[in-house]
Design a binder for this molecule. Structure first.
Ligand SMILES: Cc1ncc(COP(=O)(O)O)c(C=O)c1O
Length: 386
């Protein structure tokens, strides 16, 4: 069997083996509907309760403040739409950044169409939002600010303290929602201590199953559901609970947090090894990710070649990477994130995102760079020859 080197962990991760086993066990044994009154239902309910507690513990919040959803996209939608629907008198102005994930950006554009005044704050070349601009935009009419903690394409980390301070000084009533999908399990996130009212997390980015996520909502904040039905999740997210998914998510959240700091160190080493090895073996590339980015994400442009071509050559050798973000890479549009940080079109065309996880090894990094040393000169030449 050909070796597999998976370097697309920001798109999704391979679940932990223990999580796969646990999900299988739940599917086999604990398949009851958590709302049923008999023991099969009660057992399923216990799994959800334990998972809710585990997720709450990782953020040091009350388990009643955790709502399970179908993933990061739904949590982002629920936070933004659900808050505005429940609080119509808080103002008709909302703020986000220009480099959010589509599951925030598209909600903001939708709301713009519904009459909200919307501001998209610009970022600097390092992918960090312009705090001065944010300060100028916050008014008494601002109902909600939604900012991602770590960007999924370049790994830039937003200065949460500065954002919270700006909000506190200029309009304490405006709620702050943070999309922490790429940050959760990698850096410490304590919403109560930080002053965040709502926080989105997703299971499949932390070696859990796909199709499950959570939204933290501070108990003093009121939101309304987006999905209406049987009233599960304290009336905020109807639909029969995804018990295996929720159970698996709880387990992966617990596991990733046990080794969080150690993994962060390892990722820094892997990223540095990657850059050092590239420097020794290739002469033309530009590192797009900022220096202080999350070490799990490394975006690099190989300038005069098309990233899709490189991606497929790497794939032939069993190495899996991404061009831009997985969510937009099938569309032939340029990444809005790379544009926002001022990357030239030709460099955007040659950009590849390598994203690491605790499953990756130094040997894999060395093998990847060796493979690139063979491929990159060949495909650069091919393109020039066209
Ligand atoms: C920053 C960010 N937010 C939200 C999402 C959406 O999460 P999910 O895939 O669980 O819907 C993603 C997924 O790529 C992401 O990277």
């Amino acid at each position: 069997m050909q070796r597999e080197i998976y370097l697309d962990n920001s798109a999704t991760t391979r679940p932990y083996d223990a999580v796969i086993d646990y999900i299988n066990d739940i599917n086999r044994e604990t398949y009851g509907n958590a709302s049923s009154l008999h023991t099969k239902g009660i057992e399923a309910e216990k799994i959800i309760k334990a998972a809710r507690q585990k997720i709450a513990d990782t953020m040091k919040v009350d388990s009643k403040e955790i709502i399970f959803t179908s993933g990061g996209t739904e949590s982002n939608n629920l936070a933004i739409l659900g808050y505005l629907e429940a609080n119509p008198r808080k103002g008709k102005h909302i703020i986000t950044s220009s480099i959010e994930h589509p599951s925030v950006l598209e909600v903001f554009k939708y709301l713009q169409g519904k009459g909200y005044k919307v501001d998209f704050i610009n970022v600097n070349q390092e992918g960090i939002i312009q705090i001065e601009e944010l300060r100028q935009k916050i008014t008494k009419e601002t109902a909600l600010i939604s900012i991602m903690l770590v960007n999924n394409e370049i790994g830039s980390i937003q200065p949460l303290e500065d954002i919270v301070r700006a909000r506190n000084e200029l309009n304490r009533e405006a709620v702050l929602h943070v999309d922490a999908v790429q940050a959760y399990g990698k850096i410490a996130i304590l919403p109560k201590k930080s002053g965040i009212e709502m926080l989105t997390v997703s299971s499949h980015k932390i070696h859990g199953p796909k199709g499950v996520g959570a939204l933290y909502v501070d108990k003093n904040i009121r939101i309304k559901p987006v999905l209406h039905g049987g009233g599960q999740e304290s009336l905020l997210r109807s639909g029969t609970e995804n018990v295996p998914g929720i159970g698996g998510f709880g387990m992966s959240a617990e596991m990733i947090h046990i080794s969080r700091e150690e993994s962060y160190q390892r990722m820094e080493n892997l990223r540095n090894l990657f850059i050092d090895s590239l420097n020794k073996r290739l002469d033309r590339f530009t590192i797009i990710s900022p220096e202080h980015a999350l070490p799990y994400i490394l975006n690099i442009s190989f300038g005069d070649l098309r990233s899709e071509v490189l991606l497929h050559h790497l794939e032939e050798k069993g190495i899996f990477v991404s061009t831009g973000s997985a969510c937009s890479s099938r569309k032939s549009i340029h990444s809005h994130v790379l544009k926002a940080i001022g990357i030239k079109s030709c460099d955007i065309e040659g950009a590849i995102r390598f994203s690491f996880s605790a499953f990756n090894t130094e040997q894999e990094i060395i093998d990847t760079v060796e493979t690139m040393k063979e491929i990159v000169p060949k495909i650069s030449v091919t393109r020039k020859g066209r």
